[in-house]
Design a protein around this ligand. Structure first.
Ligand code: GLU
Length: 336
């Protein structure tokens, strides 16, 4: 009887060991998930582009990457930290805030386990309004119905920062909505919103949809002395412009002037080194191929993909950058 029990215990342990490897099922394949954003943004196809690079070598790495559409940057950072996602795409300003315990992370403090991998395309704080509102810039939003961004998105804090910088009180001076970016173009075209903010790379399907409908729509300037002051105070914001030519049906006659951040890839310290190494290596070794996967990547260079990071680099990424002789391009503060 004792022997039978002992055998059962051993068998149970073996089974537990085999099945606990949930992520290792299917002949040792490791499944990794990349959190992105709404399907009409740039994060979603970016997750697809990164997955494609590593999945092309699934025989070598035994990794199968897939993409999840999510609420955006803040959701992705939190999900990477609590283990629900292996990787997430997140704005550089949000990476900075999470690493330093600011904004959404003020109460929980500096997120020590957050790791950066590389940065990707530039994103602009984009403000879209129905032309009939007569609004030319952010300062004209008072009294309007404005989508400031859904909870969990990157844009929510950016729109609040921008509005406050020009003296518009979010609670009292506008009718603030917090819907997902994917819904905003439809609401604007239906006359149920006057304007919306979206922090996003260009061109993208969302702004294309917003500017190609029945009612004329304009990309507004986010400028003024208050914005200049904001940019001088916050290290993670930089001036940017949105070429009117990217949205030929918009009511713009000139490029919109605004400010921006960068999209970055983040992970957690606990994600295995070989997985992060494989993703980093495949994106950089197939750089030209990667760059061709989205027009928002046109400006990318290997150097630019190492800038705009603030969380320490993951060991797997460091291993690749060392091997590729790129370590000298990296801010030493990101290294151990
Ligand atoms: N920047 C947005 C966010 O953090 C997402 C933009 C996109 O999906 O391209 O929520």
């Amino acid at each position: 009887m004792r022997r039978l029990l002992a055998t059962l215990v051993v068998l149970t342990m073996v089974a537990a060991f085999v099945f606990a490897g949930g992520e290792q099922e299917g002949g040792g394949t490791r499944f990794v998930t990349i959190g992105t954003g709404g399907v009409t943004g740039v994060y979603y196809p970016t997750g697809g582009a990164i997955s494609r690079m590593v999945n092309a070598k699934s025989d070598e790495y035994n990794i199968r990457a897939s993409v999840e559409s999510t609420a955006g940057s803040v959701y992705n950072i939190n999900s990477v930290l609590n283990g629900d996602l292996d990787f997430g795409i997140a704005q550089s300003d949000r990476q900075y805030q999470a690493s330093n315990g600011l904004a959404e992370w003020e109460a929980t403090g500096a997120q020590e386990d957050l790791r950066s991998v590389f940065s990707i395309h530039p994103e602009s704080i984009t403000l879209i309004a129905a032309a009939e509102t007569g609004a030319e810039s952010i300062a004209d939003l008072a009294g309007l119905r404005v989508n400031i961004g859904n909870p969990g998105s990157g844009q929510l804090q950016n729109s609040i920062d921008a509005l406050e910088a020009v003296g518009i009180d979010v609670e009292n001076d506008i009718q603030a909505e917090q819907v997902k970016a994917v819904e905003a173009p439809g609401l604007l075209q239906d006359g149920r919103l006057d304007a919306f903010f979206y922090t996003v790379g260009h061109p993208n399907g969302n702004i294309l949809e917003a500017t190609s409908g029945r009612i004329p729509v304009k990309i507004l300037d986010i400028t003024g002395p208050g914005i200049d002051d904001l940019l001088s105070r916050l290290p993670y914001y930089a001036p940017a412009s949105i070429p009117a030519a990217l949205y030929p049906q918009s009511a713009n006659t000139a490029d919109a002037r605004t400010f921006g951040v960068k999209a970055t890839l983040v992970t957690a310290a606990s994600v295995p080194e070989d997985v992060v190494y494989a993703i980093t290596k495949e994106v950089f070794e197939n750089f030209e191929d990667f760059k061709s996967l989205h027009p928002a990547y046109q400006v990318l260079t290997p150097e630019s993909m190492l800038q705009g990071l603030s969380a320490p680099l993951h060991d797997g990424a460091i291993r690749y950058y060392e091997e590729a002789g790129m370590i000298g391009m990296i801010n030493p503060e990101l290294l151990p």
